[in-house]
Write a new protein. Structure first.
Length: 278
């Protein structure tokens, strides 16, 4: 096992640090990136080209007390903060707020497929994975706002995407471009906005379970989709363009028998569900 962390432009409590992130593809299979951070801002973008660069970016810590640690083992890379106990006490005593949390900005290469796991606390996150070959994705975040976008089709079939959220809002855009066979979303006391725009490349199934939450789903009329709903002590607001058939809401493309087909199961307890076609 080898570990590494980038050098910082400045060091010391309260002075702030900027740490570069540069990781090349290892000579290994089953590639996996894990990002684990507390309260922060996370920005992810697709890289340019298909060269040796796998992960590139910067970690900015205004407090200078929550340094980044990059560890590598085989095909796995973990990016996480590694504050000292005294440093965390200094950070808490100093009264640092949301404006002082670290910012992580990374771009992922497109040369090889890999699994991605993101586990973060209260945060503000924007991830664009358009064109990045993700084979499996797990995203878990606490309070705050997260926007996940597949601005271009995923060239790699994704077996599973898991989304877990606490209080806050989660916006998922162009989900058809994710090339995902199975999507699981679970959370409570949150708002979810799901846009299944893009090009559906294979049959897919989405299961959404939420409590005390608002869920809004938009599906293009040209995408064959069937949405089955189960709300308890909540309400459903189906928009125009759906046909009720076999206990589910069908888009015009589903009624016409087009393929592939997206099947969505939604269970909302004490919340609201809104359906739209675009």
């Amino acid at each position: 096992m080898s570990t590494s962390s980038g050098s910082s432009s400045s060091e010391g409590a309260g002075t702030g640090t900027v740490t570069p992130i540069e990781v090349s593809y290892p000579d290994a299979g089953d590639l996996h990136v894990r990002i684990a951070e507390g309260a922060c801002r996370l920005k992810v973008a697709p890289g340019v080209g298909t060269g040796d660069a796998w992960i590139s970016g910067t970690h900015r810590d205004p407090s200078g007390l929550r340094p980044l640690h990059v560890s590598k083992q085989g095909g796995a890379v973990t990016l996480t903060e590694q504050p000292t106990t005294s440093g965390m006490w200094d950070w808490l005593r100093s009264g640092h707020g949301i404006l002082d949390v670290p910012t992580i900005e990374v771009a992922f290469g497109k040369g090889k497929p890999f699994r991605l796991t993101v586990e973060i606390g209260a945060s503000e996150n924007r991830l664009d994975l358009g064109g990045v070959p993700i084979s499996r994705l797990a995203l878990r975040h606490g309070a705050g706002k997260t926007v996940l976008d597949f601005s271009a089709p995923n060239p790699q079939p994704m077996t599973l995407m898991e989304i877990g959220a606490g209080a806050g809002s989660t916006e998922l855009r162009n989900l058809a471009n994710a090339h995902c066979a199975e999507l699981l979303i679970e959370g409570g006391m949150a708002s979810y906005t799901l846009d299944f725009g893009g090009t559906l490349q294979q049959d897919g199934h989405a299961r959404i379970t939420a409590a005390l939450s608002s869920v809004e789903i938009t599906v293009p009329a040209s995408t064959a989709a069937k949405i089955a709903t189960d709300t308890q002590l909540g309400h459903i607001e189906p928009g125009e363009g759906f046909t009720v058939r076999d206990g589910a809401f069908w888009t015009p493309a589903a009624v016409e028998g087009r393929k592939p087909v997206l099947t969505v199961s939604v269970n909302v307890t004490m919340g609201s569900l809104r359906l739209h076609t675009s």
